[in-house]
Design a protein around this ligand. Structure first.
Ligand code: UD1
Length: 362
């Protein structure tokens, strides 16, 4: 049986990997060895996803976290090299744009092992984002690039990928499969709506964790002031990312919104189903809001998911309090058609087929 090693480390990667791992076990033709770098390690940032989503237990946990970007990436590479040396896989699968992604891709490439990048071709065109650097470098050294959207394909063309030997494929967005599959069960598995005494359509779901927001205290204050203002009209529920918590606590910043610990996937699906709209700087949550037919206010200066904005489903507002409030008020009146198809179908199986084809090649 051909073997692949999957490198995971951060919360959004667990969600995506759940889909592909399920397809891999269903066909039982490829052996998958999972490596968890340890980047996300709190129970409700990591273990809860493996449990809720039935992701196979990682064979290796590298326990690398809480370091600077370079130290984290470097240490991951060193340990991933040991694992790949031992496992000798045909290919390495990486997801998205985190430090775990670039560490996995670069290590594999230097060992002459094929690299498969899921969620390739996305660009924010903001090189100050560590994620943008990670994804550009990962794409360039990947053998198989699985792109979620036409825009991703176009981005790669503009960077000259037509002239390179990497295989670029439009697969659709794997997170769509995750939402469709797991939200069938979330109503039975989660009791977050009743536990928090939330009412349908009467609360806003918000998450903030991007470095460009958390590391700029003025941006952070402005976003939270906007959310506090919204909460006078509708309750704001925020599952708080540990990075954001640390920064709010160390600056003694407190806001009158409903802050809760980070939640698992089933709880997130239920919050999405029942909320009025979403305010976020997360990439994944923008699309999950769309899949649940909810508007999204993007607290960033740009998005990789431009089709959401082009179709009036999401709006980019940056970090200004006034823009967040204006967007909230406008979306209360909006009549937008959510039936538009943007992210493909049966994505996990399409990706699986591409991986199988790649493994056949010498
Ligand atoms: C990372 C990714 C980002 C992704 C996000 C999802 C990079 C560069 N960024 O950002 O692309 O959108 O994950 O959440 O890889 N921490 C905890 N407990 C945890 C996890 C993290 O306390 O379980 C702490 C870390 O120690 C660190 C801070 O939170 O101090 C930030 O974590 P880090 O992994 O550096 O980046 P994220 O902001 O999570």
């Amino acid at each position: 049986m051909k073997k692949i090693v999957t490198i995971l480390g951060a919360r959004p990667q667990f969600v995506k990997a759940a889909v592909l791992s399920r397809v891999i076990s269903k066909f039982n033709e490829i052996e998958e060895v999972i490596v968890h770098t340890g980047q996300h390690y709190d129970v409700n940032m990591s273990k809860i996803f493996f449990d809720d989503m039935n992701i196979p237990t990682p064979k290796y946990n590298l326990h690398i976290n809480g370091l600077s970007h370079a130290a984290m990436t470097g240490q991951m590479m060193e340990k991933i090299e040991d694992v790949l040396d031992k496992e000798k896989p045909e290919a390495v699968v990486v997801y998205g744009d985190t430090n775990s992604t670039i560490a996995g891709a670069l290590t594999a490439k230097k060992m002459n092992i094929k690299v498969i990048h899921i969620e390739a071709g996305l660009r924010s065109f903001n090189m100050k984002m560590p994620e943008e650097v990670n994804r550009i470098l990962t794409d360039r050294i990947s053998d198989l690039l699985l792109c979620p959207t036409n825009t991703a394909i176009e981005n790669l063309k503009k960077e000259g990928f037509d002239n390179f030997t990497n295989k670029v494929v439009k697969s659709g967005d794997i997170m769509k499969d995750a939402v469709e599959y797991y939200s069938q069960f979330s109503g039975d598995k989660s009791s977050i709506i009743s536990n928090l005494k939330l009412e349908k359509n009467e609360f806003v779901l918000a998450t903030i964790h991007r470095q460009e927001n958390t590391n700029d205290i003025e941006n952070l204050k402005s976003i939270f002031e906007g959310l506090e203002e919204i909460s006078k009209v509708k309750m704001v529920v925020m599952p708080l990312h540990p990075r954001t918590k640390k920064i709010l606590d160390s600056n003694n910043l407190k806001y009158k919104i409903r802050v809760i610990d980070p939640v698992g996937y089933f709880d997130m699906m239920e919050l999405l189903k029942n909320c009025n709209l979403v305010v976020t700087d997360s990439g994944g949550l923008q699309k999950e809001a769309f899949f649940h037919k909810k508007h999204c206010i993007i607290a960033r200066e740009e998005t990789e998911w431009v089709e959401l904005v082009d179709n009036g489903i999401a709006e980019i507002v940056g970090s200004k309090k006034e823009s967040i409030i204006t967007s909230f008020n406008e979306f209360q009146k909006a009549q937008i058609d959510f039936s538009i198809k943007l992210y493909g179908n049966n994505v996990g199986e399409s990706i699986y087929k591409e991986i199988k084809d790649l493994l056949k090649q010498k």
